[in-house]
Each structure stands twice: as C-alpha cells, then as structure tokens.
Design a protein around this ligand. Structure first.
Ligand SMILES: [Zn+2]
Length: 238
C-alpha cells in the first residue's frame, strides 16, 4: 500500500484557530480504537497533514503521562495494551478531562506530515466519562537509538504474535512521551463518534529492529490511507 497523497504537492491550508465544539453528546460513541477499526475508505481516514503555521496553544492542550501496569492483547490486526497511565496521567483539551485507556501501534504511520509517511505510529487512546475520546498520536522515524517507551514492553511483543486475550507486560511509564515544548496537530473526527485527534509534531526515533519486532508479530501492515480532511480543519498548536 502507500499513500496516494504522497505523490502530489498539497496546497497550504487555511489556519482555523477557533476551538472545535462537539455537537450532540447524546450519540452513543464507540471507542475509536479496537484499534482504530473504522471502515477503510470512509471519512474516518486519518489526516494527511500539510504545511500548517503554528498558533498559540495557550492552555488548550495539557498532557501528562504517568506509570501503570499494562496488559497486552492481540486483535485481528493490532496489538492493544490496556493501560490507565496511573494517577499522574491526565489530558486536558479545551478544559475537558480525559484519561488513558489503552495504546496500540500502526505500521506504517496512519498520519502523514507534508507527504511523509513514517515507519511507525503510536496511538494512546484517552476517554472521558461522557463517551468522548482523544487519540494522542506519535509518529516515529528511523534512527540509531531504541525508543525508551517501546523498550519497556517490546520483549513481550513476540508473545503477542498469536491471538490471546491478555498478557501482563509489567509497568509501563509514559513520561518519556511528553515534553514541555511539544506542539500538536489537532483535528476532529467526524460524527457520530466524538473523537479528537492530537498528533505530536516532532517525530520520535525508532530503530529498524524495533519496527521489525512489531511487524514480526503483526505479520501485516495496519494503517489506513491518510486523506487531506475537507470538512475537518487541522490546526497546529504550539
Ligand atoms: Zn490507532
């Protein structure tokens, strides 16, 4: 597969600075990720993000990730790690509070940045009590250093090559994912799911060996094709 958008130049997007407001909150929202299993080819496609000038974050996005035990499981096309993030994890978006529920991976990346598709993407799914979700996304580019967040549960990944309900993988600390200088691309998913997407602008570093271990367990690619949103403006908050 590949991203068709990567073959043509995208026009710069207009910057929309107004915070998105969700519509009716009475729609029964389903989790955005078992894992991100929205139908292919729909408007649920992840965003192809292009050439966006930053605007001030203010206090609209505040992220902290702590430490908690994680449980890995295998789905048809993904490895899902149930994870609460512990008492020190919190995500605030426009004043609404969310807590982590699980994280999982896509290879290659689902989001593209200026036409670039990355070898790996991490989705940390956050939920609020009212059925709304935030997916906090990190893309990874190849480098020489192993990613310390992945290293915590990577020795368990080969054990998840076969379907299984639950595998304890020990304590997982998310604090290395968060820095004080992070900038976030942000856009809203389409209704009826109440999903906000936050993509950290700066790619993390992963080794080819770490991606190979994941692919060895997945034995498939599992990224949807990114599309440039037409009805969902993307902002960059820094
Ligand atoms: Zn996902």
């Amino acid at each position: 597969m590949g991203c068709p958008l990567s073959k043509k130049k995208q026009k710069p997007r207009t910057i929309h600075v107004s915070p998105k407001k969700q519509g009716s909150a009475n729609v029964a929202a389903k989790p955005p990720c078992n894992a991100c299993n929205f139908p292919l080819g729909t408007d649920h496609a992840p965003a192809a993000i292009v050439n966006i000038a930053p605007t001030a974050n203010g206090n609209r996005i505040q992220v902290a990730l702590g430490s908690a035990e994680a449980q890995g499981s295998r789905t048809d096309s993904n490895l899902v790690f149930a994870w609460s993030g512990g008492a020190n994890s919190s995500l605030s978006l426009d004043g609404n509070k969310y807590k982590p529920t699980q994280f999982h991976f896509h290879t290659p990346s689902e989001h593209t940045l200026d036409g670039t598709q990355f070898p790996l993407e991490l989705h940390v799914v956050h939920a609020a009590g009212d059925g709304k979700f935030v997916v906090l996304c990190f893309v990874f580019q190849y480098g020489d250093a192993e990613d310390p967040f992945l290293a915590q549960m990577w020795t368990s990944v080969p054990q998840l090559a076969s379907p299984r309900p639950s595998l304890p993988v020990g304590q997982v600390d998310g604090s290395s994912l968060v820095t004080s200088k992070q900038a976030f691309y942000r856009y809203s998913g389409p209704p009826p799911e109440s999903v906000e997407w936050l993509v950290v602008q700066q790619p993390r570093i992963v080794t080819p060996g770490q991606v190979a271990i994941l692919f060895g367990a997945l034995r498939t690619t599992n990224a949807r094709v990114a599309r440039q949103p037409t009805s969902r403006p993307v902002t960059l908050l820094s």
